[in-house]
Design a protein. Structure first.
Length: 357
């Protein structure tokens, strides 16, 4: 199984053993069931090492600057243990200090990146989710800046790291094969352009609110699938359930979605049950699963008479549990919607390849 942010640290408590090379990262992204024993590893570590190796970057005699102090920075910190000297900077200095104390690194000021540390460092590991040009203002092409953002359109290194870590995860899952790395690269190049964005997720996750803001930010048309169903049926969702039943609702939901997807450049907020019958359609879109803490979602919407499938909290959880695998398998990315709308929207824009032409 592969795990990604924001669960790389939380998942540790569920495994029996951790790969000793990456123990200090306190983050895992791959879990293997070894004859009943769950072993966690972090293939980012191996992916970064492979990149350095393939590009003949020997960090032993190099000065390194790590920008950021999150999970990726922790992984880098193990790799830079052999470097000549390491400085770590982060917006929240105390987080950088924690890592620095562990490895005996120096903590710098975030505000000194351009004034001091850029010149000083031979290699810069950039690990924070902010556009790199907003933080590093120098334009020195000879400087080795390794921008570890998985947003592969923006970062050559990020793309290679994503490929490399996938390669190691594959090797863990299928130890009998030695995969051909170009096969993974090919997968990227074949990435089809998806021109609509669908927001899926359980009731109360904030799909409509985020959808409106996202559409506004990127100049797309906003569509609320439930509203389209109501317009078509000329009655409210709860009345459709009451008079025609769920089966009719689901078939209308599918036919409306099919129709909407004939156009491009739309953000479509879908009802919580869209994943039941429409995985094929959702996969033609950039499908974002908005995940929110269930108690929060429930408190947001409890007592809303317009939600026919909403009853008590136990039933709410049960229905989610039945659906969670469908959300997972239909979506391209998961975004934690337990945040301000603007932050969620920024995160979505950062994570997906949006065609705004
Ligand atoms: C449903 C969720 C609702 C609506 C309908 C069915 C579901 O949308 O489509 O009541 O099956 O979870 P929201 O997710 O916006 O509440």
């Amino acid at each position: 199984m592969n795990v990604t942010a924001p669960f790389k640290a939380d998942i540790i408590k569920y495994v029996d053993e951790i790969d000793s090379n990456i123990k200090q990262t306190e983050n895992i992204n791959t879990i293997i069931n070894n004859n009943g024993k769950l072993v966690g590893t972090n293939t980012d570590y191996y992916g970064i090492k492979k990149y350095l190796n393939d590009n003949k970057i020997n960090i032993k005699n190099k000065t390194c600057l790590i920008i950021g102090a999150g999970s990726t920075a922790k992984t880098i910190s193990i790799i830079t243990k052999d470097a000549k000297s390491v400085v770590i900077v982060n917006r929240k200095k105390s987080k950088a200090k924690k890592i620095a104390d562990e490895y005996n690194y120096y903590v710098g000021e975030f505000t000194d990146i351009n004034e001091i540390w850029f010149e000083w460092a031979d290699i810069i590991f950039y690990t924070i989710p902010i556009n790199i040009n907003d933080v590093i203002t120098h334009k020195d092409n000879n400087k080795k800046i390794l921008n570890i953002n998985y947003n592969f359109n923006k970062s050559y290194f990020g793309k290679n790291l994503l490929i490399n870590q996938g390669y190691y995860a594959f090797k863990k899952f299928f130890p009998e094969y030695d995969p051909y790395i170009d096969f993974f690269k090919h997968g990227f190049n074949n990435n089809i352009q998806k021109n609509n964005i669908t927001l899926i997720g359980y009731m109360g996750a904030g799909k409509s609110e985020c959808g409106k803001q996202l559409a506004k930010s990127i100049g797309y048309t906003f569509i609320d699938l439930d509203v389209e169903i109501e317009k078509f049926s000329k009655v409210s969702i709860d009345k459709i359930f009451e008079s025609n039943g769920e089966k009719y609702f689901r078939s209308t939901e599918r036919s409306r979605l099919e129709k909407i997807l004939k156009k491009d450049n739309q953000v479509i907020s879908c009802g919580g049950g869209v994943v039941l019958h429409n995985k094929d359609l959702l996969q033609t879109t950039n499908c974002v699963w908005l995940y929110c803490n269930l108690e929060k979602s429930y408190n947001r919407i409890k007592g809303d008479p317009r939600r026919p499938l909403l009853s008590d909290y136990t039933a709410f959880i049960e229905l989610f549990n039945k659906r969670k695998r469908m959300y997972l398998s239909s979506s391209d990315i998961i975004i934690n919607s337990d945040n301000s709308i603007l932050k969620i929207v920024d995160k979505i824009i950062d994570e997906i390849n949006i065609n705004t032409n």
